[in-house]
Write a protein that binds this ligand. Structure first.
Ligand code: CU
Length: 134
């Protein structure tokens, strides 16, 4: 109909090109999300995430997840630590080096927590409502 219409074969080739670029950028992005243990991939795809405890600090100090996510704290420090939030929603036992503790966050909200052994160690979990697309 339109004189400026792109021939069907050419449209197909453009679509292939766009597809190839999309796959390439996906492949390029994937290794950046990897940690040595692959935990960051799990955080991005499955509904779980890990907070590392190292050098008397929570890493990341603030973590955002969607409702239903399971957060695992892992003590990578040489000193024992014990997780507890201010409202008593979750509380771990004392975690020795390499010990971990998990809690599933069903309800959206902001959960500030500390190490109850070293109260100056503070962190926060932000739980967003799970959207229809997630
Ligand atoms: Cu501590």
């Amino acid at each position: 109909m339109l004189p400026t219409k792109i021939p069907p074969l050419r449209q197909h080739r453009i679509a292939l090109l766009i597809g190839a670029v999309g796959v390439t950028s996906l492949l390029a992005a994937t290794p950046l999300g990897l940690t040595a243990s692959g935990e960051a991939v799990a955080a991005g795809t499955a509904n779980s995430a890990t907070v590392s405890i190292d050098n008397f600090a929570f890493v990341p100090a603030t973590l955002t997840v969607t409702a239903g996510a399971t957060v695992t704290w892992k003590n990578d420090d040489d000193s024992p630590h014990r997780i507890g939030d201010k409202d008593g929603t979750f509380k771990s036992a004392a975690l020795d080096t390499d010990d971990s503790f998990s809690h599933t966050f069903a309800a959206p909200g902001e959960y500030a927590y500390i190490c109850t052994i070293h109260p100056y160690m503070a962190g926060k979990i932000i739980v967003k409502p799970a959207g229809p697309g997630s």
